[in-house]
Design a protein around this ligand. Structure first.
Ligand SMILES: Nc1ncnc2c1ncn2[C@@H]1O[C@H](COP(=O)(O)OP(=O)(O)O)[C@@H](O)[C@H]1O
Ligand SMILES: Nc1ccn([C@@H]2O[C@H](COP(=O)(O)OP(=O)(O)O)[C@@H](O)[C@H]2O)c(=O)n1
Ligand SMILES: [Mg+2]
Length: 208
């Protein structure tokens, strides 16, 4: 088995093509979704937001995880990776495409370990796009988004505090991990969307 894998990876004409990937991280409200939409328009990536996939699964009446996901999201906690990874994998496969922006993932150690185990070998990670933004600015944006009618159960002060705690305690260490691998591209996300996108564009133009 080991020999077969070695042989296939080295000599087979049917070498398995790998997915091209960029992870997008940053605090809630840093503009991950906003910038991902612009990247999709300009560079033809498929945008997969882990949060959006979880919300869709929660709304699926046939899902056994609906209530559990609702509970995690309200409390700003990170859903177990088995669920999120399965949703991401399915979305990647169903898209029929090869290049993805994975927004809001991996967000904690469980996400990172689960992903590496399940998908690590099937992907080529270009870099981790990190939107750096003060929690004050993010708070203003999220509360405005909630007041404008986002319909999200977690766009309120109480949930947001928990989301920030999770970000500081669980997501920052993941960003540091990728930083130690030289994979983080950090941008100042306190600026206007267009200003941020100028820098984003430069990074994506350099891929390939
Ligand atoms: N650079 C920016 N400046 C001001 N407001 C922004 C900026 N980027 C996004 N927003 C707004 O802030 C809110 C959060 O943005 P979003 O892209 O959903 O961030 P995230 O996915 O990181 O939570 C949205 O209402 C969005 O319109
Ligand atoms: N990898 C992930 C991403 C999101 N989530 C859950 O989904 C919520 C919303 O995530 P999101 O990415 O849509 O939120 P924003 O950072 O975009 O505001 C998180 O607070 C978590 O409860 C998760 O459990 N695991
Ligand atoms: Mg988002």
């Amino acid at each position: 088995m080991r020999f077969a894998r070695f042989f296939c990876s080295r000599f087979s004409p049917f070498k398995m093509a790998k997915y091209n990937l960029v992870f997008v991280l940053g605090p809630p409200g840093s503009g991950k979704g906003t910038q991902c939409s612009k990247i999709v328009e300009n560079f033809g990536y498929v945008h997969l937001s882990a949060g959006d996939l979880l919300r869709a699964e929660r709304n699926n009446p046939g899902s056994q995880y609906g209530e559990m996901i609702e509970d995690y999201i309200k409390n700003g906690l990170i859903v177990p990776v088995e669920i999120t990874c399965k949703l991401l994998e399915r979305a990647m496969k169903d898209s029929g495409k090869m290049s993805f922006l994975i927004d809001g993932f991996p967000r904690n150690e469980d996400n990172l370990q689960g992903w590496n185990k399940q998908c690590g070998e099937k992907v080529n990670l270009h870099f981790v796009l990190f939107f750096d933004c003060s929690l004050e600015t993010c708070t203003e944006r999220i509360l405005a988004r909630g007041a404008a009618g986002s319909g999200r159960v977690d766009d309120n002060k109480e949930s947001l505090k928990k989301r920030f705690d999770t970000y500081m305690n669980s997501t920052m260490p993941i960003i540091s991990h990728y930083e130690s691998l030289g994979l983080v591209r950090k941008l100042d996300a306190s600026r206007s969307p267009d200003e941020i996108f100028k820098d984003v564009k430069e990074l994506f133009s350099k891929i390939n």
